[in-house]
Design a protein around this ligand. Structure first.
Ligand code: S3P
Length: 441
């Protein structure tokens, strides 16, 4: 089967209601928490993508039984000391930074050393950002070139609490430290730049000994050793990061309207909504509810008429970190020069995304000025690509968001696109193209 998609036509007008799959961050966290719980935990609407399946395989290797039946996933946790595994175990986090980094926090007290490996993309990403703070608890690490996978973790039975300043706004780093702190005598104190707070909300829902004080620019999180995790049944809401592609497609199309049902709209995840609203896109939340500490809602978007450029406030960055590629497409069509800064983290994702942004936008004929942590985008409200202009996107690190952003660009602006590495969507959004087809019909 060919691994590319050819797009020749823009999308026509549409008025649709769609549902996107379960949230990836919550799905991976549910798998990890349930693996330490005592008893049977069940989830509905768990994202069945490669990243989450890698998490399930990882806990199975740690001796935890998992069944998947009629869309219900059941994890048979054996309690916080319940992992059993053979010597010289290797866990493969595949493409998932979240799995690779979070699981290390759970393994700081492992009795035998464990190897952690990943795919080509994950093997280029920084792991010292978690191995360094985790070493302070007392675990030891051997990393390739002191920074990269493959790595080996040597757990300790004598873990000490730490004080840690998380200054990147990385929820993966913060969560990894929270997990390690749960296994440590004494109190760990984390000062964390704002980032998604699903781990803290799950800890609170499970009544674990965590205390979060919110300040303007950071949170102070105090966490103590846990004794037990109760079983955790969870109905996973849909992923705002997957929704983002359709929100932007609607904003950039003519006379269209879209509703996306039951999406997780945790305030730490909705940077894209704040940014697009500032740029003139009409987005509404309907049926707002709170579920186990998380906010969810149906999202309604309407095609935008007069898009305005934005000087994007950096405090919105962490809440939109996975959405910037697709947000930049809106800037491409806005009136004026948009400016996004303090975004060095974008080049630490599945591929160097700031560089990709420049490539995709320049292919559209949009002028950009990029530095190592910022991008200026010279918007053009009449942006329209000639139907016979050939644009080829090959992304050898198989970054799912590069593929999906390119597809949205093709459907929004025209041109004759050949977008390779279709299978990359399996990491986060396997039915992405099916939903695109539903919207096109
Ligand atoms: C995630 C955190 C973010 C995000 C990733 C998922 C999480 O990464 O980019 O897709 O679930 O904690 P960082 O923590 O590196 O910013």
């Amino acid at each position: 089967m060919s691994n590319f998609v050819e797009i020749k036509n823009k999308v026509g007008k549409f008025k649709k209601t769609i549902t996107v799959p379960g949230d990836k961050s919550l799905s991976i966290r549910w798998v990890l928490f349930a693996s330490l719980a005592k008893g049977k935990s069940k989830s509905k609407n768990l994202l069945m993508s490669d990243d989450v399946i890698a998490a399930i395989k990882a806990i199975k290797k740690l001796g935890i039984k998992v069944t998947i039946n009629k869309k219900v996933c059941t994890i048979f946790g054996k309690g916080i000391e319940g992992y059993r595994y053979k010597k010289n175990l290797t866990i493969n986090a595949q493409n998932s930074g979240t799995l690779g980094r979070l699981i290390l926090g759970l393994l700081v007290n492992s009795k035998n050393p464990i190897n952690l490996i990943g795919d080509k993309s994950l093997s280029k990403r920084d792991f010292s950002r978690v191995s360094e703070p985790l070493s302070k608890f007392g675990a030891k690490f051997k990393l390739r070139d002191n920074n990269f996978l493959p790595l080996k973790i040597y757990g300790s039975s004598n873990l000490k609490p730490i004080k840690y300043y998380e200054n990147k706004g990385s929820a993966q780093c913060k969560s990894s430290i929270i997990f390690a702190a749960m296994r440590t005598n004494g109190e760990t104190i984390i000062k964390a730049k704002k980032s998604r707070n699903h781990t803290e909300l799950l800890c609170k829902h499970l009544k674990l000994p965590i205390n979060v004080k919110k300040y303007k620019n950071f949170d102070e999180i105090k966490i103590k050793k846990i004794k037990k995790i109760k079983k955790l049944d969870y109905d996973i809401p849909s992923d705002i990061s997957s929704s983002a592609f359709f929100i932007v497609l609607t904003a950039l199309s003519k006379n269209s309207e879209l509703t996306i049902k039951n999406v997780n709209v945790n305030p730490s995840r909705i940077g894209i909504i704040s940014i697009l609203r500032k740029m003139g896109v009409k987005i509404f939340f309907r049926n707002q509810k709170t579920y186990k500490g998380e906010k969810k809602a149906d999202i309604k978007v309407i095609s935008a008429k007069n898009l305005k450029a934005i000087n994007c406030p950096p405090e919105l960055n962490s809440g939109a970190i996975d959405e910037f590629l697709v947000i930049f497409l809106v800037a491409a069509k806005a009136k004026g020069i948009s400016y996004f800064r303090d975004l060095s983290e974008l080049n630490h994702k599945e591929s160097p995304r700031l560089k990709w942004a420049e490539k995709i936008l320049n292919n559209l004929g949009v002028k950009t000025i990029t530095t190592k942590d910022s991008i200026k985008i010279y918007g053009n409200p009449n942006l329209n690509i000639n139907f016979n202009k050939k644009i080829i996107i090959k992304n050898y690190l198989k970054d799912h968001r590069v593929f999906m952003t390119s597809l949205i660009a093709a459907l929004s602006f025209g041109g004759n696109w050949f977008i390779h590495d279709k299978d990359s969507i399996n990491t986060s959004f396997p039915n992405f193209l099916k939903i695109i087809d539903k919207i096109k019909k």
